[in-house]
Write a protein that binds this ligand. Structure first.
Ligand SMILES: [Zn+2]
Length: 257
C-alpha cells in the first residue's frame, strides 16, 4: 500500500505518528512524508530562508530513517488558509504521491496551521479524484481513481482549544518502535536545541515521550499513538490502516484523565 503522512510542520508527524509509520515501513509499505511548511518561523536567530533550509533537511533525514520519501508543500508558517489555490496545491500533491491511505492533522487542534491543513487535505482528497478539478500545475498529474482512506492523527496534547479531550478510535502499540521514534524526532535538532536553550531542559523530547506514554496508557500499553478514521460520505469506511497494523491496533479501553 502507499501511505501519505501530511501534517503542517516538520516534527508534527514524528510526535504524533512516527511509531505507526515506522511499523508500516517495516511491513513493506511505501511511505511519503509531506510537511505543508518548511518550519520557516521556527527560529529566533536565523531568518526564514535559513531556518527553512535547515528544517527541510531535518525532516528529510527523519523520514529517511524509515525509508520514506519527503516533500515540502512550501506553504509558510501561519500562512496556511483554506482557499482554492491552496486546495489545488494539496490536490496536486495527492495526485503525485497517489496514496491508498492518508494520515493528517486533527481538524481541531491548538494551532491554526494544523486545523487548516486538516480541512485542506480532507477536501483535496475529494478533489483529487474529480478529473474536472484542475490544479493549474505546469505538468499536472492524473486524477486519482478514487478517494483514499483518511485518518486523523491526535491533536497535540489530545484536546481542542477549549481543553475538551479528543479521543482516538484506536491506539497503535508503538512500543517496539519508540527508540526509532525518539531518533526521528531528535533529527530535528534545530528545534530541540532552541527549546533546550530557552527552557534549560530537553522539553522537546520529554514532552513527546510523555505524550506517547499517555496515548499508550489509554489502551494499557507502554507507548501508543491514537488515530481516528474519517467516515463522512463518500470517503471509504473500511478499516484499511487497522488491517495493515493488525495486532498492534487496540481499542482505547482505559480512560486517562
Ligand atoms: Zn505543527
Amino acid at each position: 500500500m502507499r501511505i501519505l503522512s501530511i501534517h503542517a510542520h516538520p516534527d508534527d508527524m514524528e510526535i504524533l505518528a512516527g511509531g505507526a509509520l515506522a511499523l508500516l515501513a517495516e511491513r513493506g509499505h511505501h511511505i511519503t512524508v509531506v510537511t505543508m511548511t518548511p518550519g520557516d518561523k521556527g527560529s529566533n536567530t536565523l531568518d526564514q530562508d535559513q531556518i527553512a533550509a535547515v528544517r527541510r533537511e531535518e525532516a528529510r533525514a527523519a523520514a529517511a530513517m524509515i525509508g520514506a520519501d519527503y516533500l515540502c508543500a512550501e506553504f509558510r508558517d501561519l500562512e496556511i488558509f483554506n482557499d482554492n489555490p491552496s486546495r489545488r496545491r494539496v490536490t496536486e500533491i495527492l495526485r503525485i504521491t497517489r496514496p491508498d491511505i492518508v494520515l493528517t492533522s486533527s481538524p481541531a487542534d491548538y494551532l491554526c496551521d494544523h486545523e487548516a491543513t486538516s480541512i485542506l487535505v480532507r477536501d483535496a482528497m475529494f478533489g483529487a479524484s474529480a478529473p474536472n478539478y484542475l490544479t493549474a500545475a505546469d505538468n499536472p498529474a492524473k486524477p486519482l481513481a478514487g478517494i483514499p482512506h483518511l485518518y486523523y492523527m491526535d491533536a497535540i496534547s489530545g484536546h481542542d482549544r477549549d481543553g475538551k479531550p479528543i479521543l482516538p478510535d484506536f491506539v497503535v502499540d508503538v512500543s517496539t518502535k519508540f527508540r526509532l521514534k525518539w531518533d526521528m524526532l531528535a533529527a530535528h535538532s534545530s528545534q530541540r536545541e532552541w527549546l533546550r536553550a530557552q527552557h534549560g531542559m530537553d522539553d522537546y523530547m520529554t514532552t513527546m515521550e510523555a505524550w506517547t506514554k499517555i496515548c499508550g496508557q489509554r489502551a494499557g500499553l507502554a507507548y501508543g499513538e491514537g488515530f481516528r478514521q474519517y467516515k463522512g460520505h463518500p470517503y471509504p469506511e473500511s478499516p484499511a490502516l487497522q488491517d495493515l497494523l493488525g495486532d498492534c491496533v487496540h481499542p482505547p479501553s482505559v480512560r486517562v484523565p
